[in-house]
Design a protein around this ligand. Structure first.
Ligand SMILES: Nc1nc2c(ncn2[C@@H]2O[C@H](COP(=O)(O)OP(=O)(O)OP(=O)(O)O)[C@@H](O)[C@H]2O)c(=O)[nH]1
Ligand SMILES: [K+]
Ligand SMILES: [Mg+2]
Length: 447
């Protein structure tokens, strides 16, 4: 699949720097490079070049490197123009390239072409964006492993195993008159068990990969005035959130990222939960509940003034999140900092105002972040990969049921086909334009 148009973009970040690069990809590149250089460039050779506009007026001096198709990042003809990192000069250089027949690239369009030309699969392309966006060393290492194909290889191995099982079942359906009933063979049950285990292990690694990538999502909720914003400020050691003694002070969702042991932790402060009359506050409460659904860790802050209301809030916490129940303002009662693990979650007694007991909470968060601590070989992943693996797990379960409960071989084979499809969505063997559009739109321009 090769594109008919040629794309161009400034590939270096905006601002002034030592070097800036204009990248161009597509069929017009050989002609365009020849015009810029004044002769045919040699492949992968750094030519010193005087870049000039149509009238011959110099734009900058720099290097021109031609990567002929298919040995380039995109798999197409690519030329890189390395100039000085002057935004004005780079814009002029880009304008010159556009004048010569290229068009402005959309965000992620180079990577999209690399994917469409089979230079890398979809999970690898996503890893490029994740590497660029990595906020910690752990996440950068993990993204690099995904870019190297560590994650994709495991998905492929699982796909292969799925296909083997499917072929077995389809063969058994096609030859029902065989002496042996292949659908009841112990080897088949063994194959299912192995596949199930392989999938579960990949799902666990992928979930950790998402956490490495996105960090831990910690959402702070509670009644108005419980001290949620005070707690965010104390943890982040900033005066990020407004704190007043007026209930309903926080109305929007506030985020602050902190780093614990190389894992990024996103702290989210939310509007106090209550029956609000005010429309703005109601909207804040709605957003707070939405945030809660995405939480890895939910911190329910209370000041023990209305324990009935807190009990109601406790039942509203999502089952998927780890619960920490913070009893704030111990300075008012002179109680000592404490930690107790109870049936409904881990309880902590502290004071956001004086900082007493705050270390207990930090230790708790460190422990939770540490669970995501990457063993050697961890790769980065995205929520969409987890969703695909979960769909694969459902299909696998259905296939096994179809076979053991109803001996419905055709149904089982169909479910395994669904499973294979779900796995193929991760690496991009099966995609929709819509999905590709969404993925690459989040990339930077020039990548
Ligand atoms: N004594 C004492 N007061 C505290 C403590 N933490 C917060 N407060 C006070 O409690 C009041 C409310 O604090 P906020 O942090 O604004 O509470 P909130 O939960 O964010 O409130 P809303 O945003 O209105 O829902 C303020 O007057 C704080 O100074 C604490 O540990 N001890
Ligand atoms: K308040
Ligand atoms: Mg607040």
């Amino acid at each position: 699949m090769s594109s008919t148009d040629t794309i161009a973009a400034i590939a270096t970040p905006p601002g002034n720097g030592g070097i800036g690069i204009v990248r161009v990809s597509g069929p017009q590149v050989p002609r365009l490079a020849q015009v810029l250089l004044g002769r045919r460039p040699r492949a992968r050779h750094a030519h010193l070049c005087r870049f000039a506009d149509a009238a011959g007026e110099p734009i900058d001096h720099g290097l021109l490197i031609h990567f002929p198709a298919p040995h380039s990042f995109t798999g197409e003809h690519v030329v890189e123009l390395q100039a000085h990192g002057s935004p004005v000069a780079l814009r002029r250089l880009l304008a010159r390239v556009v004048e010569l027949g290229a068009r402005h690239a959309r965000p992620g369009e180079f990577s999209e072409r690399a994917f469409l030309n089979g230079r890398l699969d979809l999970a690898q392309a996503e890893a490029i964006a994740d590497l660029i966006a990595a906020g910690s060393e752990a996440s950068a290492r993990a993204a690099m492993r995904s870019l190297d194909g560590v994650f994709s290889q495991q998905v492929h191995a699982l796909t292969e195993a799925t296909i083997r099982l499917r072929v077995w079942i389809e063969a058994a359906i096609d030859f029902p008159e065989e002496e042996i009933d292949f659908l009841a063979a112990p080897a088949l049950a063994g194959g299912f068990a192995q596949l199930r285990q392989q999938l579960a292990s990949l799902l666990a690694d992928t979930r950790r990969g998402v956490r490495l990538n996105d960090g831990l999502h910690v959402v702070i909720v509670g009644r108005p005035n419980a001290g949620k914003s005070s707690l965010l400020n104390a943890l982040a050691a900033t005066e990020r959130a407004i704190v007043t003694d007026i209930p309903g002070t926080t109305r929007d969702v506030l985020r602050e990222t902190i780093d614990i042991d190389g894992i990024a932790l996103t702290l989210v402060d939310t509007a106090g939960l209550r029956e609000a009359e005010d429309r703005v506050e109601q909207e804040g409460i709605r957003r707070a509940r939405l945030e809660l659904q995405r939480a890895d860790v939910a911190i329910l802050v209370s000041d023990d003034d209305d324990t009935d209301a807190d009990r109601v809030l406790l039942t509203g916490l999502p089952a998927t999140a780890t619960r920490l129940l913070v009893h704030n303002k111990i300075d008012r009662t002179a109680a000592a900092p404490d930690r107790q693990v109870r049936a409904d979650g881990t309880h902590l007694w502290l004071s956001a105002r004086t900082g007493a007991g705050l270390a207990l909470l930090v230790a708790e968060l460190t422990r939770l972040a540490g669970q995501g601590e990457a063993p050697a070989g961890s790769f980065s992943a995205r929520a969409r990969h987890v969703a695909a693996l979960e769909r694969a797990a459902l299909a696998l379960e259905a296939a096994e049921h179809a076979l053991t409960d109803a001996r419905a071989g055709e149904l089982a084979a169909e479910e395994l086909r669904q499973m294979q499809h779900a796995l193929g969505e991760i690496t991009g063997e099966f995609t929709s334009e819509d999905l590709l559009g969404r993925i690459f739109a989040d990339f930077c321009i020039g990548k």
